[in-house]
Write a protein that binds this ligand. Sequence first.
Ligand code: SAM
Length: 284
Amino acid sequence: MEKLSNPQVTIEIIKKYNFAFQKRFGQNFLIDGHVVEKIINAAEITKDDTVLEIGPGIGTMTQYLAESAGKVYAVEIDKNLLPVLEETLGEYDNVTVINEDILKVDINALLGEDAKNLKVVANLPYYITTPIIMGLFENHIPAKSITVMVQKEVAQRMQAKPGSKDYGALSLAVQYYAEPYIVANVPPNCFMPRPNVGSAVIRLTSWDEPPVKVTNEKLMFDLIRASFNQRRKTLQNGINNSPNLNFSKEQVIAALKEMGLSESIRGEALTLEQFAQLSNILDK
Ligand code: SAM
């Protein structure tokens, strides 16, 4: 069939199935072929790859993925889209549609052997961007890269460095697992219906080895969360006020001193390397 990235084709399908967009599922479908091609090119999909697509919608990007990848697994929560996908993806025999919530499905079990050459590609439902991305990393889904459409501000936060206003726990978490690169900004008129925020495509290329050595990952992430929970406070206060952490004021100040840092330093000034160092000192 003709490509759904042609807005006319999308409108016909929506009408034919009397499909009602669900705001609560973050449904904004792509209607711009150039944008879809940009995503596919940035993801560098080959026939050796298996692609996990989160939220195929009516299958707009899935049609392109099916043509470039070896296999595609598309996880969609909205069961009303299943009959639509059956028609729009009917001609491709390398696509498996799974009607599940991506936050609940066991991705490693789902993919089995196919997880070997895995890339994740998606136009994400924005209301759960962070849990989806963190879930992929924390569950050690062996994806070589994650190329996704997200809200523009979220892409900026993922890529931010210390000293920038966008820098925070998400920047550090993403950069611990991957190298972020913003591929393109995408305006609202490339979607149906139009979202009321700007969007961006970001590619996260997974590191083979984390860029810093930490003896206790959980402790490092607890420290990061504690220091950004109270942005206007000092790092020491943030850590000592956190219910998840049990260090005395003296211990934290001594650790900062060992690192050559002032006891009044704020979390937003620390690099990933410094959070790793702090965590390793406090873990002793
Ligand atoms: N990929 C399509 C496109 O680009 O046109 C649709 C993208 S739309 C922004 C997000 C899609 O994710 C919707 O189809 C929505 O139903 C689906 N979705 C929302 N929450 C989900 C969840 N928890 N698990 C799986 N899919 C979900």
